[in-house]
Design a protein around this ligand. Structure first.
Ligand SMILES: Nc1nc2c(ncn2[C@@H]2O[C@H](COP(=O)(O)OP(=O)(O)OP(=O)(O)O)[C@@H](O)[C@H]2O)c(=O)[nH]1
Length: 398
């Protein structure tokens, strides 16, 4: 049996969940309904019990016996109304289970007291007792165990009262016993079935809610995985800049747009000079830090409309839409200067941190990003050849 099934396993005798926590959850979930229905049931029972004073009057008249009976009914009715009020506010199968038993005992006692007071109307009292047993089980909201206790008290008490106060023959008493046993069995089985059905319904609802919660959690998990995957695909893990592929995608779009809007577009290839010797001298961790700082400086110096990515190793790539060649030159010079002024290199002795920048300018009908990159790359290597730490722009006429 799976743990979920075990959790919703029901006791065959009481119809309750075997798992106390689950049973407590169920009882809490029906608390409001139980309070409302209990109040209604006990008000109705008080009215019905009280109305029998009219039949008592027609049978007995205004005799001492009638007054005794009427007073007893008045006490029972008052107690039922008080308990209806209390149950309406504090009724709870979890905490005040025995409060639900109290009105059953009071009404049962009322029924029992009628036996010695009016032994001549025993046949109608037997019917009333059997009906009361069924009502205890089926009409008054209660736990099966509590209803069964109330009915046991009524049935045993009724048989005892009959034996003590009516002088019926043993055969007639056996008939009454059988009738009450039958009423108890029918009521018990019906309420047991009801308890099973209600708890199974609760269990199904609970399971459905759990499945919904699992589904929501699964969706959130998948979304976060998707975001992580997107992050891995779009971002360079070391610098946080666009990855090469994501840069290409974005730059492609910007280049197309510049072409259709006939606005200038420039591309930088930036390479850190003598980076191998930085790694060799200060180690790869320091080299990584320098790369991160250069990336930061570059990203901060650009406009939000520009795109920057890590092209590979110690090489960065920048796309600048709506930027004239003259402006591109100024921006590249500024980037170069800012890298040279990086504070991170201050404790690195005589390190002269510098970058070489190759710039390519897109022409009006130039939509080939790869070709633009190749041109910028050529400028970059021209700059390297010419001694590094410089900005080289390709000739306007390709
Ligand atoms: N720390 C670090 N080093 C890297 C990374 N990617 C590439 N490198 C190193 O960068 C160095 C690049 O060296 P080269 O291609 O010879 O170029 P260079 O030394 O910068 O010389 P020039 O480009 O000609 O000025 C290599 O030693 C790579 O191992 C990285 O992510 N972190």
């Amino acid at each position: 049996m799976s743990s979920a099934q075990k959790q919703f396993d029901l006791h065959w005798l009481t119809g309750q969940f075997r798992d106390p926590d689950k049973e407590s959850d169920y009882r809490s979930s029906i608390k409001t309904r139980v309070r409302h229905e209990s109040r209604l049931a006990w008000v109705l029972i008080a009215i019905v019990f009280g109305m029998f004073t009219i039949t008592d009057y027609s049978l007995l008249g205004l005799t001492g016996e009638y007054y005794l009976l009427a007073s007893m009914r008045a006490v029972v009715v008052s107690l039922c109304l008080v308990l209806a009020l209390v149950l309406g506010r504090r009724g709870d199968y979890n905490r005040n289970r025995w409060l639900h038993l109290l009105p059953l005992l009071i009404v049962a006692t009322g029924i029992l007291l009628i036996v010695p007071l009016r032994p001549e109307s025993l046949s109608s009292q037997v019917t009333a007792a059997a009906v009361a047993v069924l009502a205890f089980f089926l009409l008054i909201p209660n736990l099966l165990t509590v209803a069964a206790l109330g009915c046991l008290y009524l049935s045993v008490g009724f048989i005892a009262a009959v034996m003590l106060f009516t002088g019926l023959s043993p055969a007639e008493i056996v008939r009454i016993v059988l009738l009450l046993i039958m009423a108890n069995i029918v009521g018990y089985c019906a309420l047991l079935r009801l308890e099973f059905l209600q708890r199974k319904q609760f269990a199904l609802l609970h399971e459905e809610r759990q499945q919904n919660r699992d589904l929501v959690a699964e969706i959130a998990h998948r979304k976060s995985l998707e975001a992580q995957l997107r992050m891995v695909a779009e971002r360079d893990a070391l610098t946080g800049l666009d990855s090469r592929s994501y840069f290409m995608k974005r730059a492609e779009g910007l280049l197309q747009r510049s072409c259709s809007e006939k606005t200038p577009f420039c591309l930088f290839m930036i390479d850190v000079d003598h980076f191998k010797s930085i790694n060799d001298t200060w180690g790869h961790t320091r080299g990584d830090l320098i790369l991160t700082k250069i990336a930061e400086v570059c990203a901060q110096s650009l406009r939000p409309t520009d795109v920057i990515g890590r092209f590979g190793g110690e090489e960065f790539i920048v796309g600048l839409p709506q930027t004239s060649p003259a402006d591109a030159q100024v921006i590249a010079e500024r980037l170069k200067m800012k890298v040279a002024e990086l504070p991170e290199k201050e404790d690195m002795g005589d390190l002269n941190l510098s970058v070489t920048v190759g710039i390519a300018v897109a022409h009006d009908d130039d939509v080939d990003l790869e070709a633009l990159i190749t041109r910028a790359d050529k400028m970059l290597y021209a700059g390297k050849r010419e001694g590094r730490n410089r900005v080289i722009m390709c000739e306007q006429g390709r």
